[in-house]
Design a protein around this ligand. Structure first.
Ligand code: FAD
Length: 422
């Protein structure tokens, strides 16, 4: 039986982001994401988790649905989804497969950093002209060839936390750049066609400066590029986030994803771009809650129809889970509605609070789900133990780990920009 259509949302399901008056495009994309997740991704998720393998089949579906070009502007043949719309759709995908949603985020960010983010950063006329010409190439690879971009920033140093220049370097040579260095935790390793890396421009002196960060794409077929390392983590096993090495890798000027110096400005101008890791985890929290309700009602397919809902302690836990989930959704919805270049101090603090609430809350909800559903619920044939492991990963992701959010919030609340103690 179909659920009734909610007059506010125009949808016959409650999206992970919550109920709100969606635009026609948002409604269409949410319905598509929900159907893909429910009918295809949910059933495949145990396989990627068991094998620690990349969800290639899901990417074929994402490509067919037009979701690889979701945030490519319509003028370039994409679906033209804005930041807010992407965040809503990503949460819906995360509800059915965390690893797919998280890796898809890395790909989508490559189009948002070069698209909507770059549009909101001050550039000179020459920089703007250079950027508009170069991004056409990147967008066309995605629109015409269905190419996948990865986003390897981490190096195992303070660089991805925004506290030091990247150790990977790019030296200007005739017609392009020579890249040297390494990355760790590169989701989509071996699956991506292009790796959009952050590196520091090597200007030939001993003073690397984060303002010289270069955002540049390395084709997977480049000579001197290699992937290494074992992959057998606790959770998010389908992300296949291995190590990358660059040894005198030559890439042409056309591979620049942003003009020199613009990434550094962008990171400061658009803090909400780092919030894009969170919808995956909002989706996981929803999945843990959805499962708990079904399980306690004795309605999980393939399980004995044993009801556990009559116990007051279980009712209380479901109430606690719902309260936490509603709080997460509310602050998430507010943060995505407020996302913009140069937010006010309060908007920025709220953004941090939203990120922290989602990243820590997702694992809290999964923990409560396991505790109240009980021992039989954590068997491998059910999704709950995977949701618990996957949800643990969000708070570890740089640059906004849970620890670093607390660090930023405390400092930025008590100190105005440039203020110091005597
Ligand atoms: C599932 C998953 C997928 C990922 N995919 C990608 C990807 O596609 N691309 C990518 O670039 N990265 C990715 N990462 C990596 C991630 O963003 C982090 O870089 C990585 O988890 C850091 O691991 P580490 O052991 O080096 O931690 P460290 O960098 O050693 O940090 C340990 C902790 O110390 C704190 N810390 C670190 N630096 C500072 C500092 N300067 N000041 C104060 N505290 C600090 C942080 O809170 C952090 O939690 C992924 C991570 C996960 C879990």
């Amino acid at each position: 039986m179909n659920n009734p259509v909610n007059p506010t949302t125009g949808l016959d399901f409650t999206p992970a982001v919550g109920d709100m008056p969606f635009t026609p495009l948002q409604r269409e994309l949410l319905a598509k994401a929900h159907a893909l997740g429910r009918d295809k991704f949910a059933a495949r998720a145990p396989q990627w988790d068991r094998e620690a393998s990349f969800p290639f089949a899901n990417y074929d579906d994402l490509r067919d649905a037009g979701f690889l070009k979701l945030c490519v502007p319509t003028a370039h043949g994409g679906l033209g989804a804005d930041y807010t719309t992407y965040m809503m759709v990503a949460a819906e995908i995360g509800r059915f497969c965390g690893a797919t949603a998280l890796t898809w985020n890395m790909h989508i960010c490559s189009t948002m950093w070069t698209g909507v983010l770059a549009d909101g950063i001050d550039m000179t006329d020459e920089q703007r002209a250079e950027h508009l010409a170069r991004r056409e190439l990147h967008f066309s690879r995605i629109v015409n060839d269905g190419a996948i971009y990865a986003q390897p920033f981490s190096e195992g140093t303070a660089a991805a936390a925004g506290r030091a220049p990247f150790g990977t370097t790019a030296k200007k040579v005739d017609g392009g750049w020579l890249i040297n260095g390494r990355k760790i935790w590169a989701s989509l390793s071996g699956a991506a066609d292009y790796y959009g890396i952050l590196c520091t421009e090597d200007k030939g002196d001993d003073h690397p400066d984060a303002r010289d960060t270069l955002y540049i794409s390395v084709p997977a077929t480049s000579e001197g590029f290699s992937i290494s390392g074992d992959w057998d983590p606790l959770g998010m096993r389908g992300t296949v986030s291995r190590n990358l090495a660059f040894k005198d890798v030559f890439v042409s000027d056309a591979e620049q994803l942003m003009p020199r110096g613009i990434y550094f400005k962008g990171a400061q101008t658009w803090p909400a771009m780092f919030f894009t890791l969170s919808p995956t985890y909002l989706g996981l929290a929803n999945a843990a809650y959805d499962f708990t309700v079904k399980y306690l009602r004795g309605e999980v397919e393939g399980e004995p129809p044993i009801k556990r809902r009559q116990f007051p302690t279980k009712q209380i836990t479901v109430a606690q889970m719902r309260i936490q989930l509603e709080s997460m959704k509310s602050i998430f919805a507010r943060a995505i509605a407020e996302a913009k270049p140069n937010p006010s101090k309060d908007e920025k603090l709220r953004l941090y609070a939203a990120h922290y609430s989602v990243m820590e809350g997702a694992n809290d909800i999964a923990r409560l789900a396991i505790r109240t559903c009980g021992g039989q619920s954590m068997m491998k044939h059910l999704p709950l133990e995977r949701l618990y492991r996957d949800s643990r990963c969000g708070a570890l992701m740089l640059p906004w780990t849970a620890e670093l959010i607390l660090d930023r919030m405390g400092r930025e609340t008590l100190y105005e920009a440039g203020e110091k103690d005597a």
